[in-house]
Design a protein around this ligand. Structure first.
Ligand code: FAD
Length: 411
């Protein structure tokens, strides 16, 4: 048995997949997972979807069974935060005052919700959603609000999490309002064309959408939230408020230790093998800023599949592998009966020339391609399945795409 110890800081999917891979690859030294939350590492997509609606068992969110850790001789320190790193001494300080030495360290500290200083933000009935406990609290509140009457939920933010919770809450029977800064929901990630597809999906399901709306505060009766105030003077009545305005990567530990950060992405600088500027420290998941050969820049991707793939990749790199991380960014979302998968990267709503759609927008069965300088940068399949390998081929193709081929992609 190796005398060393690898330490993984984080309690999400990247951490779980990394330790699973360390053992699967035959590493027989010590492994310790340091996870701030009271739970063993879990994945988050169900927290706004089936788990929130009470349709999925709690066990479904954990990639590894409770007894897996002991059975594989992995020490799990839940409810314990890493507070400092000593790179020269190769040790991690924990919030219980102890220190852990490591041979190699993986940082997979993920993100926290972006918190905006809103007057009334600390009233009862105001929620955020990142953790299992957040999801449990929100689920209980949604049910209680519904059972008390109609139950009105106001969602501040029209990004993925806000819209997914809106869909779940409508499905549970609540009256839902979504308040967004853009003209179209999801505008910053999808642009207006495909953002509006989601605007229509939600309007069809009876969600009230406030567009180009700035929230100035949350009003209340002194104890509980009673609504949301907008800059144009509108007041949205609500029994519950979800503030879902994005996420901020947890890079403080890395920054304070002196690891380089990427000012363009806000993540921890990593090589293509997920190694940081310290050769014994690796990163994976939401915090990792990783060079992409296809896009010619470093990307930091806050998506489930990145954690799923980078966790194992980082683990193999900790064991000496040197192959570059190969995956294109991929994510999915489920809202009502609209399922979608997205592959590729577009820097924002101004970073593409056009969107070419194959299939039917009104029927919500389509594949959309984002083109820039004659190349396919990304593709999104809505209720069209098993075509991501074909989308990937188009993204990797060097020359300009054949327009007729794109338009007839959905046969
Ligand atoms: C509600 C919700 C729904 C989502 N749905 C989708 C979806 O449908 N599709 C999709 O592609 N992506 C989705 N995502 C995004 C996806 O879940 C994230 O990209 C993914 O969780 C990132 O995994 P991670 O392991 O990097 O970090 P995280 O899952 O954020 O885990 C990091 C963990 O590290 C812990 N930690 C942080 N700092 C410390 C410290 N100092 N010491 C110890 N522990 C620490 C945190 O408490 C946390 O448990 C969703 C996210 C949320 C919140």
């Amino acid at each position: 048995m190796s005398a060393g110890r690898h330490v993984v800081v984080g309690g999400g999917l990247a951490a779980a997949k990394a330790v699973e891979t360390l053992r699967a690859e035959g590493y027989d030294g010590g492994i310790t997972v340091v996870a701030r939350e009271p739970h063993r590492p879990y994945e988050r997509p169900p927290l706004s979807k089936d788990y929130l609606r009470g349709e999925a068992e709690r066990d479904a969110v954990f990639p590894l069974a409770a007894d897996w850790y002991a059975a594989h001789d992995v020490e799990l320190r839940t409810g314990t935060a890493a507070t400092a790193l000593d790179l020269a001494g190769r040790s991690v300080t924990l919030d219980d005052g102890r220190a852990l030495s490591y041979e190699k360290l993986l940082l997979a500290t993920g993100s926290d919700p972006r918190r905006i200083p809103l007057p009334g933000g600390d009233l009862a009935g105001v929620h955020e959603l990142r953790t299992l406990d957040d999801s449990d609290a929100l689920a209980a509140a949604l049910r209680a609000a519904r059972d008390d009457g109609v139950g009105r939920l106001a969602v501040v933010g029209d990004g993925w999490i806000g819209l997914e919770v809106a869909a779940s809450a409508r499905t549970l029977g609540l009256d839902v309002t979504v308040i967004g800064l853009g003209t179209h929901p999801l505008e910053r990630v999808l642009g207006p064309e495909m953002g509006e597809l989601y605007g229509q999906v939600h309007a069809d399901h009876g969600v009230h959408l406030h567009r180009r709306a700035e929230v100035t505060g949350i009003s209340g009766d002194g104890r509980r939230a009673t609504g949301v105030d907008l800059a144009d003077g509108t007041h949205v009545d609500a029994d519950l408020v979800l503030v879902a305005v994005g996420a901020v990567p947890n890079v403080g530990l890395a920054r304070d230790a002196g690891l380089a950060l990427d000012s363009a992405t806000g993540g921890v600088v990593a090589s293509a093998t997920l190694q940081t500027t310290d050769p014994d420290v690796f990163v994976a998941g939401d915090i990792a800023s990783v060079p992409s050969a296809r896009y010619g820049r470093s990307l930091r991707v806050e998506h489930w599949a990145t954690a799923l793939h980078q966790g194992p990749h980082a683990a193999r790199a900790m064991l000496g592998a040197t192959d570059p991380y190969p995956e294109l960014p991929y994510f999915f979302s489920d809202q009502y009966d609209v399922g979608m998968e997205y592959l590729g990267f577009v820097a924002g709503p101004d970073a593409y020339d056009e969107v070419v759609v194959s299939g039917s927008v009104p029927d919500r069965e389509l594949v959309a391609f984002w083109l820039e300088d004659g190349r396919v940068e990304a593709g999104m399949a809505v209720n069209v399945w098993d075509r991501m390998e074909d989308v990937k081929t188009l993204i990797h193709r060097d020359g300009p795409p054949d327009r007729a081929e794109l338009e007839s992609f959905v046969g």
